[in-house]
Design a protein around this ligand. Structure first.
Ligand SMILES: [Zn+2]
Ligand SMILES: [Zn+2]
Length: 366
């Protein structure tokens, strides 16, 4: 990444197209957000679910990009899942439009630590840095924002402050928050989580969107702070902290749609035995849950039941499925610690286990 960046003085890139191209040059995968907004641009009519919680006519299940012709046809349906870094597509999506720019964090090898400043009253002590005993800590009384919480974590771990002259690309958000952008290794997979690492600390990773630096929304500009335009590697100690709070995943599937040809499952990809079938079903159900925007609990319930049936048939491991569903739900914005979601998963799995699935004939699709 060069010395110049979006939003720098006279060279301010205020238009979506230029900003999207700049992001793509950084090797980031981008997708359109509604003008002046943090929300993804709308799907085409075929990809819009008929009612909340219902599957869209296109049958898109999230991770299996091949199920929706729109992605391979180069449309920007399904938000972060449509992300691209192809210049031609960026031109097609942004030319003549004032879409804002979202960066698909995981596929871009990016993790953003999002520090909020919501002026909320302090939570209970144990929620400030979940899992860390802060009893009697002298700095707790001074905490007001996500920045303070991260400073506290740096202090507790005796790590160099991540906030004084941060050696990585840093953005101030219109609401007074701070985004620290980090590079993550190819093999390291993290997932999104709000409040898991700390109070007013969100982590944007995996299938999550970060608003591109330089974006202007109705609330103001995502303004670059300081001189650094490159992304530092995620500090190792912070990666360990993310693993400690359950934001690291072993899930290997994180590739944006391949274009322009529809990826057709060849003979090698066709489920050839019951376990492969179960694994494919697991991926499909997780993708559906992760891509959910509405009706999350119903989707979670349905996915839990279907996967429970495969657990009951001895094709999947119960704990693995439970964990994977929790992570997929987190991608859809469900707090993994939420009692309701956990009980939905548990009950749906149990119900499925009680009615094990007959294994379909090889090669068949459900
Ligand atoms: Zn579509
Ligand atoms: Zn679709």
């Amino acid at each position: 990444m060069g010395g110049r960046g979006p939003g720098d003085g006279e060279c301010a890139l205020t238009r979506g197209l230029e900003l999207a191209l700049w992001c793509a040059e950084q090797g980031w995968w981008v997708h359109p957000l509604l003008p002046g907004s943090k929300r993804p641009a709308a799907n085409c009519p075929q990809c819009r679910p008929p009612a909340p919680g219902e599957r869209a006519a296109c049958g898109f299940a999230g991770r299996d990009a091949g199920e929706c012709g729109c992605l391979t046809a180069g449309r920007h349906c399904h938000g972060v899942r449509a992300a691209t870094r192809e210049r031609e597509l960026v031109h097609r999506w942004w030319r003549g439009r004032d879409f804002a720019v979202g960066v698909a964090t995981g596929p871009s090898g990016v993790l953003v630590v999002d520090l909020d400043d919501h002026h909320h009253p302090l939570p209970k002590l144990e929620l400030l840095l979940p899992g860390i005993d802060l009893t009697g800590h002298p700095d707790v009384g001074r905490v007001r924002t996500g920045v303070d919480v991260l400073k506290l974590l740096c202090g507790v771990r005796r790590a160099a402050s991540l906030l004084e002259a941060p050696p990585t690309l840093t953005v101030r958000t219109p609401s007074g928050g701070v985004h620290l952008w980090y590079r993550v290794e190819e093999k390291a997979r993290f997932v999104q989580g709000a409040g898991r690492l700390g109070w007013q600390v969100d982590v944007r990773a995996g299938w999550s969107t970060a608003v591109a630096p330089g974006t202007v929304t109705a609330a103001g500009r995502y303004q670059l702070v300081g001189p650094e335009r490159r992304l530092a590697r995620l500090p190792r100690w912070l990666a360990l902290e993310l693993a400690r709070v359950g934001l690291r995943t072993r899930d290997p599937a994180l590739s944006p749609p391949r274009r322009p040809r529809l990826p057709r499952p060849g003979p090698d990809h066709r489920p050839h035995d019951a376990r492969a079938y179960a694994a494919a079903a697991l991926r499909r159900e997780l993708a559906t849950v992760a891509a959910a925007r509405t009706g999350r609990n119903d989707l979670l319930n349905r996915a839990g039941f279907r996967l429970g049936q495969l657990v009951g048939a001895g094709l999947l491991e119960h704990d693995q499925v439970h964990q994977a569903l929790t992570e997929a739900a987190a991608l859809a914005g469900v707090d993994p610690g939420e009692a309701k979601a956990q009980s939905t998963i548990r009950r749906a799995l149990q119900a499925g286990i009680r009615s094990p699935r007959t294994i379909p004939i090889p090669g068949a699709r459900s």
